[in-house]
Design a protein. Structure first.
Length: 262
């Protein structure tokens, strides 16, 4: 069986990873979670992958309320996605929606978590994401499977940044948990299955783990360091994007929501 796979979101939806070039935010790869989902589902369906994501995309820029670096208004990623869905009619398809992270990403800094910024970002997602989902669902045919993504917290890696690190890591996890609670609420109301990425990353598991040359740290910090670039020294880090192993973990969380038979 053949179908299409529309991958919507920001830089992580494109498999971005750091490239070690100063003042450069990384590069797109063909080893992101969308590529992994396509490979994992190959035994069930041959998915034609369409990636329309844009680095830094927010719910506002999806709706054309702000500019982004990829689409020239009035064209938006949302409009492009609607066009693709409309063109596929009754075809079998998968749509992954990776929105919300960039609405709070600028708030989570190595030395401070700006709570008012986080609150504003979460509020914007609660207000605008339902509009995005409605447009996508209205354009989709009856054989399309939607999956919404929640988020791991890469900024748990800040735990290792000296005496203030544990406090910053705790505050970042609180912020990401707030975003995930809102995403869960919005996707549930829209009857869209949710990929439990934070669960797969053990983001809430703070049981102690002892590492050689590091000492005792929480399990969720170890996982953030293991599956993202956040604990990697320059020039490749610190960077909050997943690495190859991390993208595969996200892919597995997506596949877990999909039907056994298409």
């Amino acid at each position: 069986m053949s179908g299409f796979f529309l991958d919507i979101g920001g830089s992580a939806s494109l498999g971005f990873q750091p490239d070690g070039v100063p003042h450069h935010n990384g590069h797109r790869t063909n080893e992101g979670y969308a590529n992994d989902v396509k490979a994992l589902e190959a035994k069930n369906v041959n998915l034609d992958l369409r990636q329309v994501g844009c680095p830094g995309e927010t719910v506002q820029s999806m709706l054309g309320l702000l500019k982004n670096t990829c689409y020239h208004l009035p064209m938006t990623q949302l409009m492009r996605s609607v066009d693709i869905l409309t063109g596929h009619g009754n075809d079998v398809g998968l749509v992954t929606i990776d929105m919300g992270f960039n609405n709070i990403r600028p708030c989570l800094l190595p030395t401070i978590v700006e709570q008012s910024c986080v609150n504003q970002g979460v509020t914007l997602v609660r207000e605008y994401l339902p509009r995005i989902l409605k447009d996508l669902q209205n354009a989709a045919g009856p054989n399309v499977h939607f999956v919404g993504l929640e988020y791991e917290d890469p900024f748990l890696g800040y735990y290792l940044n000296g005496s203030t690190g544990p406090t910053i890591a705790t505050e970042s996890l609180d912020a990401m948990s707030s975003m995930n609670a809102t995403l869960n609420e919005v996707y549930t109301k829209a009857n869209i299955p949710i990929a439990n990425v934070p669960g797969a990353y053990q983001s809430d598991n703070n049981s102690p783990r002892t590492l050689a040359n590091v000492g005792t740290i929480p399990q969720n910090v170890d996982t953030a360091c293991l599956w993202t670039w956040i604990c990697t020294p320059p020039p490749f880090g610190p960077d909050d994007h997943p690495n190859n192993a991390g993208y595969m973990i996200i892919a597995q969380a997506i596949v877990a929501t999909l039907p056994k038979k298409w």
